[in-house]
Ligand binder design. Structure first.
Ligand code: NAD
Ligand code: ZN
Length: 341
């Protein structure tokens, strides 16, 4: 079968051939229809330090997808051939304390589809059936293909009560923009998002942000004044991984504010701890999606009218994958879909 894999220890992704993966007793074999390119795939493409230490050469990458069940192991219940599914890319161990308590997103032995085991940029993917999510019919293939990053946005945004609150999101990447849309849909008052990329800030405005602020040219404090915010943000969602953005967030939070951290900083990150201590801030780290509460909420948000369709800015056939990666690398995109049909 056709796959996109990391074949060489240098920047790039290559199309090659691999055997159709074997479907075990508790597994689903999924025929992939559409995939989306994640920021992680871009890191792997660029062959940065994290990728060099993590990705074995030859690895089929990708973990954002929608497909159809093509076959299943004898132990599988609750699915049938032809079911339309996406899937949770974090494969958990099932025997650690958190797994056994039903807190699978906190499993200490998580492995990643398209990172530590063969991924979804392939004609066929195998995952444990318990990681698959059956999709309601009224959710489009394009939307289903981005459930993984949408889930990061939902998990982060819904970590704290947003109703009537003023929310700051730092980083208008695809996940930050989707979080803005979710916060608005969930009943936040002001949703202010920052970035240094005007293309993305414009997309964020389309997706419901009250104000999209380029912090290179505009002071966040001035925007807060314009909005009549006299005290500070109630909820902060850090989605850039950029230390200066996080420090700016800490400075503009109200006392008692709540902060969820999704963005991954490049290394050690110094912050002004006095902001945390004297303001009594609550800070929560976020990894992945809750299994499977986040997945049910994603489906429900779309079914209750959340429109994420402007997020998908580009569609390519998988044979044109290079164009897809170039588009992601340009920074002038929302989500980029690769078609496998
Ligand atoms: P992305 O790289 O597309 O978005 C990050 C955005 O931050 C970019 O648009 C960039 O221009 C912006 N940015 C740069 N400097 C800034 C500044 N000074 N102020 C504000 N914004 C600035 O990434 P994404 O795919 O949207 O993911 C968001 C973050 O979440 C990334 O750091 C990613 O690594 C991380 N992530 C974490 C998890 C997890 O489970 N914790 C999962 C997925 C992604
Ligand atoms: Zn576990």
């Amino acid at each position: 079968m056709k796959v996109l894999a990391k074949l060489k220890a240098e920047p790039g992704i290559w199309m090659s051939e691999a055997d159709v993966p074997e479907c075990g007793y508790n597994d689903l074999l999924i025929k992939i229809k559409k995939t989306a390119i994640c920021g992680t795939d871009v890191h792997i493409y660029k062959w940065d330090e994290w990728s060099q230490n993590t990705i074995p050469l030859g690895m089929t990458v990708g973990h954002e997808y929608v497909g159809e069940v093509a076959a299943m192991g004898d132990g599988v219940r609750g699915f049938k051939v032809g079911d339309r599914v996406s899937g949770e890319g974090h494969i958990t161990c099932g025997h650690c304390r958190n797994c056994r308590a039903g807190r699978r997103h906190l499993c200490r032995n998580t492995t990643g589809v398209g990172v530590n085991r063969p991924g979804a940029f392939a004609e066929y993917l195998v995952i444990p059936a318990e990681n698959a999510f059956k999709l309601p019919d009224n959710i489009s293939d394009d939307m289903a293909a981005i459930f993984d990053p949408f889930g990061n946005a939902v998990h982060t945004a819904l970590s704290f009560d947003l109703v009537g609150e003023d929310v700051l999101i730092t980083g208008a990447g695809p996940i930050g923009i989707m979080a803005a849309a979710v916060a608005r849909h969930a009943g936040a008052r002001h949703v202010v998002i920052t970035d240094i990329n005007d293309y993305r800030l414009e997309l964020a405005t389309k997706m419901g942000a009250t104000r999209a602020v380029n912090t290179m040219s505009t002071k966040l404090e001035d925007v807060m004044k314009e909005l009549g915010m006299t005290e500070g943000f109630d909820v902060g969602l850090e989605m850039s991984g950029v230390p200066v953005a996080f420090n700016q967030m800490l400075k503009t939070m109200n006392h008692g504010g709540k902060v969820a951290l999704l963005g991954i900083p490049p290394g050690d990150m110094a912050i002004d701890w006095n902001q945390v201590i004297f303001k009594g801030l609550v800070i929560k780290g976020i990894y992945g999606r809750e299994m499977f509460e986040t997945w049910y909420k994603m489906a429900a948000l779309l079914q209750s009218g959340l429109d994420l369709s402007p997020m998908i800015t580009h569609n390519f056939h998988v044979d044109d994958f290079q164009e897809g990666f170039d588009t992601m690398l340009s920074g002038k995109s929302g989500k980029v879909i690769l078609n496998w049909d």
